[in-house]
Structures are given as structure tokens and as C-alpha cells.
Ligand binder design. Structure first.
Ligand code: SAM
Ligand code: SF4
Length: 452
């Protein structure tokens, strides 16, 4: 069985929408969008949000207040599908009680064959994949849009932080991964189009731009490479980050730019998946552990105080104790600041799902390996975080204060910080770091200095 458990979790699996946004006044129609999965899905939900607001719906956060509900879903691991099933069951009950009128399912599950079974089982009104989200327009009462699928669609405007998709799809064929099936092959957006969007966002108040793509560092266009684009974006936006990178595409030049440019957050998320060359080959990752280690050395040199995170899969079919030991060694050598550790989840249609039937790993073994990797990552993360205690940091406020007055921010090194402040999202606050956990730093109580 699959399970997704990980150290710091920037995007919860089901992301609740922002508090009520008002649609066309007086229409009285309400819609609720629920997002499951990665930042790509969060970004797709922003586009859906714009569509429903244009159609005159007010956005609400609770299913029972909504006329229509849109579940924008993830298919990467089975437990994501299980969660969506739970939500669909709940929505069926609300529909029977006459509270919710229509339900749409979009995103990666919508692009998978399993969506047909879900549609029949739960009587879903509309199922859309990742390539035809525009068909939602008709569903919400907008004129039908003819839209050719490109990633060249506008991002979120006017918010303090925005995602900018620079490429979609993926040209790799990792043994375990369903992404190329549900998101298609790589399509890169032009540099001019990305820069235009960044400039527009910055001029309307965006202070933090995150460049998005499944293999963001594979971006290339008209002879230019990711590094060129990153540099140009960093010259235009006050704060920049990017995700997710693939080790085979990560150039030393890019790592150098992260260190050099003041506007780039010194954080690298570079999924390794395994520390064993044998498993990396089985997974078709296209690099060896030694090459990965070398990349990390270059990053640590370019951005000495920066944060490094990774993804690891344990229990992939055929993984031996020796392979697992190699992963533990790599985890120790790289001293990650955080990691997403996943138990292998068989996805129908992938090579590893077939392998899993032939050479499965007993669940107890996968569980033990999972705990061992997690334990080692948390050990190094905690040790690295403790080094920050006593220091002063300029923290970018990502989420304003909750009911207890606690806000969540981020340092220029990419560390998450809990702080007490009334500063608004998008503002900077200078704080002293008083304590640390394995996943987060804690700022001392005021005095703090608002930097605006
Ligand atoms: N494109 C990124 C890369 O190449 O590393 C990752 C994209 S994937 C959506 C995010 C992570 O989910 C992967 O890095 C991998 O660790 C995990 N993952 C993908 N498929 C999985 C599966 N079948 N079982 C368990 N984990 C999986
Ligand atoms: Fe999936 Fe591999 Fe593509 Fe990442 S690089 S999205 S893991 S196929």
C-alpha cells in the first residue's frame, strides 16, 4: 500500500481555497474549489478560480455552501486517490440532501483511466483532464472557449506571491511515475512570454515569483536554457524560487546563479529517489549517485547557508537491503534540510507496477526503510536548523498571523520560520531565531523590526 509521509510539507495534500472571494455582485451563485497535490495543481486551481469568478460565482470554502464543487486532483500516489474518493462520498451525501448541485473532477485523476470508474461510481457531472481544463468554462456558464493546449496561460495576478508555469509535461519515463501519462510530453513556454508575465505580475504587486515545471530545469527555448531564463527572471522580480528540478538537467551554471543573484531564494529541491546506482538504473533516472553528490557539493559551495531538499522512494520493486543502505549513505552525505519520503505506490500503466507484481517488497520492510530514511533526514535537518539559533534573519511573510497571532515566513536561505507578527503577507520582518525544530525555525517574541 502506498503512503506519503514527509518532513516539512509546504503544500498540504488538500489545499483549502482562500477565504471567500466575491464574484459578480448579486449573482448569488457559489463555487468551492478543492486542490489536491503539487504546486502545479495549486496553479491550475488559480486558473479555474479566475474562470468561476468570471462566470459570476462567489468562491466559498465549505462544500455545504457551494452550488458547484470542483475537485482539482493528484494521481501520483494511490493515497491521493483514496482521499479524493472520501471527498466524493461526502459530496454525494450533500447532493442527496440538495445542498451541492454539481460536482466536477479535474486534474491528474481526470486524465487517468480510473476517472471513468469514479465518474460512474459517484455520478460526477463533469470529468476533465489536465489538457482540457478550459472545457470547464461551459460547465460554469461561460461561452465555450477554444483553447489550444499550451502552458502559455496567465498566472495569478495581484497576489503577493505567484506561480509562473514555464513548462508542462515531462519527457522522462521514470519506472514508477504516472506524470508523463497524465500531463503529456514537455512543452516549454517562450522566454518572452515568461518575462512578460513576470513583469506584469510584479507591476501589479507580486513580490515573490515561483517558476514551475515538472522538470523545471529542463526548460529550453530558441537555444536558451533554464539558467538564462532564471537569470532574466531574477533581474525582474524581487524574490524568486523554482521547482521541481531533475538532477540530469541541473547545470553547475544554474547552481552558480542561485548563489550569485540576491533575489533568488537559496533553496534547491533536487529529487534523488535512491542512493543506489542499481535502483537509479531500474528507475530510468539517467544519473548515478556520485553525479548527484557532485551537484550537491557545487550547490553547497555556491550557496553555503542554503537549504537542500529531496524526494526519496522506498520499497520500489526490486530494492534490496544493499540498495537501501546506499540510500541511507547518500542521505547522510548530503545532509538534507528536508525530504519528502514516499513509499512506492504502484500506478497502473507504469513499468514499476508490473515489476511490483513480480518482485514486491513486503509492506513491513518498506515501512522500516521508510522510517530509517525519515529518521536520518530529520536528524540532519534538526542539526542544521539548530545552527541558525541566535542568528538574525530577514523573513518574508508568506502567511499572515493566525488566530493565535502566529505567522509563517521564509528566510532568504529557504528556511520556514514561525513568528509572531502583524505584518501582512509579502512584507519582510527582521527577527532573531530563538529555537528550532527539525522542520521549522522559531523567531523570538518581539522586538522585531518591520522592513516593509
Ligand atoms: N519531476 C519530479 C522529479 O523528477 O523528481 C517529481 C515529480 S513527482 C510528481 C513528485 C515525487 O513523487 C517524485 O519525486 C517521487 O519521489 C514521488 N513519486 C512519483 N511517483 C511515485 C510512485 N508511484 N510511488 C511513490 N512515489 C512516487
Ligand atoms: Fe515523473 Fe520522472 Fe518525469 Fe519526474 S522526471 S515527472 S518523476 S517521469
Amino acid at each position: 500500500m502506498s503512503e506519503t509521509t514527509r518532513a516539512p510539507k509546504p503544500i498540504p495534500l488538500a489545499v483549502k481555497p482562500r477565504p471567500t472571494a466575491v464574484g459578480r455582485p448579486g449573482s448569488g451563485k457559489t463555487a468551492c474549489i478543492r486542490t489536491f497535490g503539487c504546486q502545479m495543481n495549486v496553479h491550475d486551481s488559480d486558473r479555474i478560480r479566475r474562470m468561476i469568478l468570471d462566470a459570476g460565482y462567489a468562491e466559498v470554502t465549505a462544500y455545504e455552501d457551494a452550488d458547484i464543487v470542483i475537485l482539482n486532483t493528484c494521481y501520483v500516489r494511490e493515497n491521493a486517490v483514496d482521499r479524493v474518493r472520501g471527498h466524493l462520498g461526502e459530496l454525494n451525501r450533500l447532493r442527496r440532501e440538495g445542498r451541492v448541485k454539481k460536482v466536477a473532477l479535474t486534474g491528474c485523476i481526470g486524465a487517468a483511466e480510473e476517472s471513468e470508474t469514479l465518474r460512474r461510481q459517484f455520478g460526477i457531472d463533469l470529468v476533465l483532464g489536465t489538457h482540457n481544463t478550459y472545457e470547464l468554462a461551459e460547465f460554469v456558464g461561460l461561452p465555450t472557449m477554444e483553447e489550444i493546449y499550451t502552458p502559455d496561460l496567465p498566472g495569478t495576478e495581484g497576489d503577493h506571491a505567484a506561480f509562473v508555469t514555464i513548462m508542462t509535461g515531462c519527457n522522462y519515463q521514470c519506472s514508477y511515475c504516472i506524470v508523463p501519462t497524465v500531463r503529456g510530453r514537455m512543452v516549454c513556454r517562450s522566454k518572452e512570454s515568461v518575462l512578460e508575465e513576470v513583469e506584469r505580475l510584479v507591476s501589479t504587486g507580486t513580490k515573490y515569483v515561483t517558476l514551475l515545471g515538472q522538470t523545471v530545469d529542463a526548460w529550453r527555448h530558441d537555444g536558451e536554457r533554464f539558467c538564462d531564463l532564471l537569470e532574466a527572471v531574477a533581474d525582474r522580480a524581487p524574490r524568486v524560487s523554482f521547482t521541481t528540478s531533475h538532477p540530469s538537467n541541473m547545470e553547475d551554471r544554474t547552481l552558480g546563479v542561485i548563489g550569485e543573484k540576491d533575489t533568488i531564494v537559496k533553496r534547491l529541491h533536487l529529487p534523488v529517489q535512491s542512493g543506489s546506482d542499481r535502483m537509479l538504473k531500474v528507475m530510468h533516472r539517467g544519473y548515478k549517485a556520485e553525479r548527484y553528490r557532485r551537484k550537491i557539493e557545487v550547490f553547497r559551495e555556491a550557496a553555503p547557508g542554503g537549504t537542500l531538499s529531496t524526494d526519496v522512494i522506498v520499497g520500489h520493486p526490486g530494492e534490496t537491503e544493499e540498495d537501501h543502505e546506499a540510500t541511507l549513505r547518500l542521505v547522510e552525505d548530503c545532509a538534507f534540510d528536508s525530504a519528502y519520503v514516499f513509499k512506492f505506490s504502484p500506478r497502473t500503466g507504469t513499468e514499476a507496477a508490473l515489476l511490483g507484481e513480480a518482485i514486491p517488497i513486503p509492506p513491513g520492510v518498506t515501512q522500516r526503510r521508510f522510517m530509517e530514511v525519515l529518521h536520518d533526514v530529520e536528524g540532519s535537518a534538526f542539526a542544521r536548523n539548530r545552527r541558525k539559533i541566535g542568528g538574525t534573519e530577514d523573513v518574508y511573510v508568506r502567511h499572515g498571523a493566525n488566530d493565535e497571532g502566529r505567522a509563517i515566513g521564509e528566510t532568504w536561505s529557504g528556511h520556514a520560520v514561525h513568528l509572531k507578527t502583524d505584518a501582512a503577507p509579502g512584507e519582510y520582518v527582521r527577527v532573531g531565531i530563538e529555537s528550532a525544530g527539525p522542520h521549522v525555525l522559531y523567531a523570538g517574541n518581539p522586538p522585531e523590526e518591520k522592513l516593509g
